[in-house]
Design a protein around this ligand. Structure first.
Ligand code: TRP
Ligand code: SF4
Length: 329
């Protein structure tokens, strides 16, 4: 039997994960049948922007692992680990930094964009570490020598950077260690924010996977609907209403009926929201159960992470042997 190819991905533990992340994680879980998977919390990456706010980092990392598992990753099938527990990532980052032209990093489109976005909020993240974000990410990826990496389209420049780095490394040290990883796009439909804008931390327009049923109710209740509907009998425009968009994700079976009744002015927004709340809560219930089990057994979670760390380290050690030999250090 041939061994499965390896695959990896990660998220930054800058807070709790939300409904949008769940869809990505569900996709990861599907890939785990095809590949040997490594999923991690990118805690060093979290510090690139939150270096002045690390108080909740440890708790966030733990919670992201709980989110991963409760959203569908099976720790008996995939390896779950923390980036900073596998120090080889730092060594690879350092060695790569020797061959990475500064101009490559400066021209990554997310770099200037993020810098400006943070500046607007009054924060200067023009650090050495933040400039190196794509390089650290390339080290994460290449460490596992995967053929592909599942990422959102926003991460595409980082994957492209990674592929260029592979070519340069092989050329300089006359070796063939890394496959050039291809981006794996998930073609999942993106869940919009509660206000129909892009889901974003800065807009506070999302529902966390760890939200209680009361919190879900409150969040849905605050969603803005079609503003032209003052009375229940006013005909509505579901196509501009975020509640309606959400029905399409969480209440597919009633969406067509709601559409008709909204247009006809025969369903009130309160009723519509009530139905959505119930559906989202029903969707989250199994995750809540899983979360409660994990919260109740910290030793189990520690064990899952320790096992994942060890598996990741085995691969990382192999890769570093190859890399050190190629550089002859
Ligand atoms: N930059 C990724 C994000 O913000 C997180 C990340 C870090 C990552 N290292 C990675 C994703 C390696 C995939 C592979 O989502
Ligand atoms: Fe939106 Fe539902 Fe109100 Fe129509 S009835 S405007 S779909 S909340």
């Amino acid at each position: 039997m041939t061994e499965k190819q390896r695959m990896l991905s990660g998220m930054r533990p800058t807070g709790r994960l939300h409904l949008g992340h769940q869809r990505v994680i569900a996709k990861w879980a599907e890939l785990s049948d095809l590949y040997e998977c490594y999923f991690f919390t990118a805690d060093w990456h979290a510090i690139t922007t939150q270096f002045d706010d690390t108080g909740s980092l440890r708790e966030n990392k733990r919670q992201v692992v709980i989110d991963y598992i409760s959203a569908g990753l099976d720790p008996t099938k995939v390896h779950i680990f923390h980036q900073s527990d596998v120090k080889e990532h730092a060594e690879l980052h350092l060695l790569f930094s020797m061959i990475t032209p500064l101009s490559w990093l400066e021209r990554v489109p997310t770099y200037k964009g993020q810098l400006a976005a943070f500046k607007e909020k009054g924060k200067d993240i023009a650090t050495y570490g933040f400039l190196g974000y794509p390089l650290l990410m390339a080290s994460d990826i290449l460490m596992y020598r995967p053929v592909g990496v599942p990422v959102g389209t926003d991460q595409m420049p980082h994957v492209e950077f990674c592929r260029e780095l592979v070519r340069r490394f092989h050329h300089l040290y006359e070796c063939e260690i890394f496959p050039e990883p291809a981006p794996i796009f998930s073609n999942i439909e993106i869940l919009p924010g509660l206000d129909n804008r892009k889901m974003s931390k800065s807009y506070d327009n999302f529902i966390n996977l760890s939200a209680t049923s009361a919190e879900v109710k409150e969040k849905v209740w605050q969603m803005v609907t079609d503003p032209s509907r003052i009375r229940k009998t006013d005909p509505g425009h579901p196509d501009i209403c975020a509640v309606y968009a959400y029905q399409g994700f969480f209440n597919k079976e009633e969406q067509a009926e709601i559409c008709q009744n909204c247009r006809a002015g025969s369903i009130g927004c309160g009723e519509c929201k009530k139905r959505l709340t119930e559906k989202i809560n029903a969707f989250l219930d199994p995750m809540r159960e899983k979360r409660a089990q994990l919260e109740a057994d910290p030793a189990l979670l520690d064990d899952i992470i320790a096992t994942g760390n060890a598996a990741a380290r085995r691969v990382a050690c192999e890769t570093m042997e190859l890399v050190r030999d190629a550089i002859r250090i």
